[in-house]
Design a protein around this ligand. Structure first.
Ligand code: FAD
Ligand code: NAP
Length: 440
């Protein structure tokens, strides 16, 4: 039974943080309206997690379905919120929303401002990941995956991209370019299992030998670091290509070089040394530069939040109120605007797994609830005003029932095609499947 007077909250973004955050608020008794840029809910759980992690993805989808069924929650997909979006934060305020929780992930691109970033063949990981996970419009964009590819970074995203390049694109060579050394890699053993059979171990040994003096200068043990990287070997997934995977440690890209047609041909790297600082290490350029012949460079160095959203941004993240009214574990979930809150990757960009985003979204909602209780009175939510505003946008708006239709169609297609999973990868087909657009 839904109360006639409720707190009215807008949650922006239906990734894990937004969905679990919306559930928390709905369970506490708020009326929640979830606006999502993508047609489908799930965020990076749907469009980031590697496509063949079927069990994990279907388990998450099941949880998301249950959340979407909550009668205190409305879903509007295909709606972008932001200063350049379909609705601005002020539009939401004018519609009566008493608090706005931003869980829109980290949709900005962390460009480093290097020469040649605009060459064909230079990409950021998020775009590539969205591409191979079938998220429109990225799924429809042309990418140039050449025979030799450099991936910048040493996190799990670098390994996911290497997984794609070695097991799907079957390129000749993938070179992971890592600004610090073998001790500072951030990926997990489990993710390494997918690609370690493609790792050129002789090249790894030579590389570790090359950087050993630099490691030893900051009291690092190259032998332990090597063993840690190779921990995945006992459970290595047998390779399906001859792709040679190798590391270039202690190197940072300084420029990308292209041919007359604007296509990438080389990446220039600067060698680094390690400098101990505050109990950690930093990479410091030596001035020594060298070039690798590559046709593709993919930056897997994390993302930043969307600067065009309409909230102030500093250091790749939305600015948080440094003196929060409702801190949780010492963390601020509050933006500088008293009615706007942040959670998940919108609070801390590119940080942690789904479980962390879930907890963060839930915490953010607890903060929103405290704010509402202390400063607002429940109101009679005007669903019609929101519906009328959305109708005025003149574009198809996707509701909970539509998502159910879409999922049913995808399940039917999966069975018809006899594949592990079928997923529409363009908006027209999704809208047609939901009958929100006429078949042409
Ligand atoms: C390549 C990759 C692989 C990963 N693999 C794993 C894994 O195997 N296991 C694991 O546990 N974790 C994995 N993660 C981490 C996990 O995906 C994240 O922790 C989690 O998805 C972050 O959740 P979020 O809700 O904060 O943001 P997101 O998942 O990014 O969700 C953001 C949502 O906001 C919406 N949105 C964006 N902008 C707007 C806007 N302006 N208006 C309205 N809506 C908007 C988007 O449509 C999206 O639905 C992976 C991450 C990446 C990048
Ligand atoms: N399968 C999975 O479970 C899975 C898959 C993908 C992602 N995820 C999670 O999603 C989160 C994000 O992953 P991620 O790989 O994007 O981030 P990450 O783990 O933080 O790794 C980013 C890498 O980029 C490097 N880097 C950052 N800025 C750089 C710069 N300016 N120049 C050169 N290198 C730079 C970092 O080096 P420094 O260490 O020197 O900063 C680091 O090696 C992580 O929590 C990850 O575990 C999980």
């Amino acid at each position: 039974m839904i109360a006639t007077h409720q707190y009215l909250v807008a949650v922006i973004g239906a990734g894990p943080a937004g969905l679990f955050g919306a559930r928390e608020l709905a369970n506490l008794g708020a009326r929640v309206v979830l606006f999502n840029r993508d047609i489908k809910p799930g965020g990076l759980a749907e469009y980031g997690i590697y496509p063949n992690k079927y069990t994990m993805k279907s388990g998450l989808r099941k949880q998301f379905r249950q959340i979407m069924d909550n009668p205190n929650l409305d879903y509007y997909g295909n709606v972008t919120v932001g200063s350049q979006g379909d609705l601005t934060l002020d539009d939401l305020r004018a519609l009566g929303f008493q608090a706005i929780l931003v869980t829109a992930g980290a949709q900005g691109t962390k460009w480093l401002g290097l020469p040649g970033e605009d060459l064909e063949g230079v990409y950021h990981a998020k775009d590539v990941v969205y591409f191979y996970n079938g998220l429109p419009p990225y799924s429809q964009k042309p990418f140039r995956f050449g025979r030799r590819c450099a991936v910048i970074g040493a996190g799990n995203v670098m390994l996911d991209i290497t997984h794609f390049l070695s097991r799907e694109k079957k390129v000749d060579e993938v070179i992971a370019v890592v600004r610090r050394g073998p001790v500072e890699v951030k990926f997990d053993k489990k993710e390494m299992e997918y690609v370690i059979d493609n790792l050129d171990q002789a090249a790894l040994d030579a590389e570790i030998q090359r950087v050993s003096p630099i490691m030893q200068a900051v009291d690092q043990d190259p032998i332990t670091a090597r063993a840690s990287i190779l921990e995945a070997l006992p459970k290595a997934l047998p390779r399906v290509s001859e792709t040679r995977f190798r590391f270039e440690f202690l190197a940072s890209p300084v420029q990308m070089i292209g041919d007359a047609e604007g296509k990438l041909t080389q990446v220039e790297l600067e060698d680094n040394i390690l400098v101990a600082k505050d109990g950690d290490t930093k990479a410091k350029g030596t001035g020594n530069k060298r070039r690798l012949d590559v046709e593709t460079v993919i930056f897997a160095i994390g993302d930043k939040v969307d600067e065009s959203f309409g909230l102030p941004v500093e250091w790749n993240e939305f600015v948080k109120n440094p003196n929060p009214h409702f801190p949780i574990d010492g963390k601020s979930y509050e933006s500088p605007f008293e009615d706007v809150f942040v959670g998940g990757w919108s609070r801390q960009a590119s940080s942690g797994l789904v479980g962390i985003a879930r907890k963060d979204g839930t915490n953010a909602s607890k903060v929103v609830w405290q704010y509402l209780q202390q400063t607002k009175q429940p109101i009679e939510p005007k669903a019609e005003a929101v519906a009328a505003k959305l109708k005025s946008l003149g574009k198809p708006i996707v509701l909970k029932e539509d998502i159910k239709k879409l999922e049913a169609m995808e399940i039917a297609e999966t069975q018809k095609r006899g594949v592990e999973e079928f997923k529409y990868d363009n908006n027209d087909d999704m809208l047609q499947a939901m009958r929100l657009k006429e078949t042409v």
